[in-house]
Design a binder for this molecule. Structure first.
Ligand SMILES: O=C[C@H](O)COP(=O)(O)O
Length: 124
């Protein structure tokens, strides 16, 4: 757990007040989705670069692999949130460890359909 705290603290660049880890209480990981939302990106119009998002997501998946199981790491969806738009979604979705999005403002605009369709980028 301490390692996850350090990973998140490093990436978030903030003094994380508290990271609550419930991995020992989760019985069924198929019900879990991990969301990474950099606080500076939420509702600001500043989206993480694809490389930034990929780096954090890969670290989170590695953490799951080490601390839960390789199977859970492989199957758990790790989604990104923070100013995703129709313009940024395809490149983000193409990153190997970005499995989807948590969309706020853009979900109210016509471009939301482009964000939904970005889910097919890796299979295209
Ligand atoms: O629930 C949505 C997330 O907080 C991201 O919101 P946003 O896309 O408006 O930045």
């Amino acid at each position: 757990m301490q390692t996850l705290y350090r990973i998140l603290k490093y990436h978030l660049k903030v003094s994380a007040e508290m990271i609550v880890c419930l991995t020992d209480k989760i019985k069924d990981w198929t019900n879990v989705v991990v969301a990474y939302e950099p606080v500076w990106a939420i509702g600001t119009g500043k989206v993480a670069s694809p490389a930034q998002a990929q780096e954090v997501h890969a670290n989170l998946r590695d953490w799951l692999k080490t601390n839960v199981s390789p199977e859970v790491a492989e199957s758990t969806r790790i989604i990104y949130g923070g100013s995703v738009t129709g313009a940024s979604c395809k490149e983000l979705a193409a990153q190997p460890d970005v499995d989807g999005f948590l969309v706020g403002g853009a979900s109210l605009k016509p471009e939301f359909i482009d964000i939904i369709n970005a889910a097919t980028v890796k299979s295209a």
